[in-house]
Design a protein around this ligand. Structure first.
Ligand code: NG6
Ligand code: CA
Length: 506
């Protein structure tokens, strides 16, 4: 036997599962990560003021998890952990990245794409990136090929937004180069000062014709919307916010069409439902919740397009699709899109306390749906404590890849739980809030370490859960984290603190 076959046999014995390579074609894997989509934002997780039939139908044919966590309550650190299997807190440079940040994951670092490539998969990253590009912050060669980019992290193909839709540069980068590059309008990007003669949201609010800011977002104006950071140029390469969802999904589907004969892994980051929420015209007026509700409808519609494409190409049965979000929800994240005023009875975070940015459960508890007709249970709801950090470990077990020693060290193999074969919970779940406060879950217990952050998030006015003293909650009786048991349950508190210290310094 070749080394790979020996490894697969060993794996099948160890896990009790048939080695996939010996039983069925290896599945395609699509990891679809929404942006700021809350636990309560989709109907199969309880939303009633918005309906998400495409996602609900996928959940019905797969497993819907009720207690899954992103590694952080903001995007950059959450995605860093997801793609590397390493906790974001282990490095200090994993906070929310500017659009001109250098690449945070180092080319030599092991990624989920490297893992899939090691067993012969084609790999693609499409959509929101927000993990930096180029080798030096502020010195990217935007108008020629970037010196270092997504394709240096194991992805064969990439079509990404450098950061977020509210940050410049407002162009897509395809395989390291500006997509639809306009030679008559090369771009310039700065996060320190404006370019002479260029309007800004702060100086020219009359030019904010599509969306006005509620906080921040008052630098360069692109498509009638103020952004974070300054840019000049772009011409025909500039995105139109109304077309971002279509553009991301069109590129994803084109990739799938072109790679339907070989197994592929696709990291697919939608822009929805991050700010600025400015969905395509066809969704306008379709939600009582205004633009944020329409962005959720657009997100669901995009997933419908993806599902249809998989069906049409004969890939529906043997594609493992994960639908999740990078962090919890927020209503007012800096634009006057009326998300707060029109939310009504909608609970974007379900029954959890807090929001995006927060150390409370709403910050990192995210929708998590796994669907794979050929290999996962169907029509199941799993209450197992799970974590996105286990992506590499679980997917490596799925495809029989050997993770090199000391790589993706925080990621575990939770494949059986993820495929619904059992409900074995993760032994603990560690998360990081925006001010880098760490939280620890173990079974029903939740510990929040002390920090000096403000109790209310500046801007969105949401609860952070930051407190100068430690917190301990029993979520089985107190899902809303109201009763701090830290003083009254000293034994459990000590156990959680000891475990946190151990994880922090392995
Ligand atoms: C904040 C932005 C917010 C959003 C967030 C990152 C302001 C006032 N707020 O700093 O709008 O962009 O960063 O969100 O600028 S994330 O989901 O990508 O982490
Ligand atoms: Ca996010």
């Amino acid at each position: 036997m070749r080394k790979r076959d020996i490894f697969l046999s060993a794996l099948s014995v160890a896990s009790g599962l048939p080695a996939l390579a010996q039983t069925s074609a290896r599945p395609n894997v699509i990891l679809l990560v929404a942006d700021d989509l809350g636990y309560g934002d989709i109907s199969c997780y309880g939303a009633t003021r918005v309906s998400t039939p495409c996602i609900d139908s996928i959940a019905q044919s797969g497993i819907r998890f009720t207690d899954c966590h992103a590694a952080a309550s903001t995007s950059t650190p959450s995605r860093y952990s997801l793609l590397t299997g390493e906790y974001c807190f282990r490095r200090t440079d994993t906070g929310i990245a500017t659009g001109d940040a250098q690449m945070i994951i180092r080319p030599e670092q092991y990624t989920i794409a490297d893992m899939f490539k090691s067993v012969g998969y084609q790999t693609a990253a499409i959509g929101k990136w927000h993990l930096g590009l180029g080798s030096k912050t502020g010195e990217q060669t935007w108008n020629t090929k970037l010196d270092v980019g997504v394709n240096d992290l194991g992805f064969d193909y990439s079509y990404v937004m450098a950061a977020t839709a509210d940050r410049v540069p407002c162009v897509f980068i395809e395989d390291g180069k500006i997509a639809n590059f306009d030679p008559s309008a090369p771009i310039q990007v700065s996060y320190s000062s404006n370019f002479a003669g260029e309007p800004t949201g702060a100086a020219n609010p009359e030019l904010l014709t599509k969306l006005k800011s509620s906080h921040g977002h008052n630098n360069s104006i692109v498509n009638g919307i103020g952004r974070i950071g300054y840019m000049k140029g772009g011409g025909k390469a500039l995105w139109r916010d109304e077309d971002i969802a279509d553009s991301i999904m069109a590129h994803a589907i084109k990739y799938i069409e072109e790679h339907k004969d070989a197994p592929f892994f696709m990291y697919l980051g939608t822009n929805d439902v991050h700010v600025p929420r400015y969905p395509h015209e066809r969704f306008r007026g379709k939600s009582p919740m205004g633009l944020r509700g329409e962005a959720i409808l657009q997100f669901d519609y995009s997933i419908g397009l993806l599902a249809d494409a998989l069906q049409r190409l004969g890939l529906a049965e043997n594609t493992l699709l994960i639908i999740t979000s990078d962090n919890g929800p927020v209503l007012d994240d800096g634009y006057q899109d009326q998300a707060v005023a029109l939310a009504g009875s909608h609970k974007p975070a379900g029954d959890f306390r807090g929001a995006k940015y927060s150390a409370l459960e709403a910050g990192t508890t995210v929708p998590f749906i796994v669907s794979w007709a050929n290999g996962a249970e169907s029509g199941k709801v799993s209450n197992a404590l799970t974590a996105q950090i286990d992506l590499i470990g679980s997917m490596a077990a799925l495809v029989g890849a050997e993770i090199p020693v000391a790589k993706a060290a925080d990621s575990q193999n939770q494949l059986d739980t993820w495929l619904g074969r059992n409900e074995t919970p993760r032994d603990y779940v560690l998360c990081m809030a925006q001010n880098r406060t760490l939280t620890l879950r173990k079974n029903e217990w939740k510990y929040i370490e002390p920090s000096n952050g403000a109790a209310i998030q500046n801007g969105p006015r949401t609860e952070t859960g930051y407190l100068s003293t430690p917190q301990l909650y029993n979520l089985s009786t107190d899902i809303h984290e109201d009763n701090n048991l830290y003083s009254s349950n000293a034994a459990k508190a000590a156990e959680m603190e000891t475990l946190l210290a151990k994880i922090r310094r392995p």
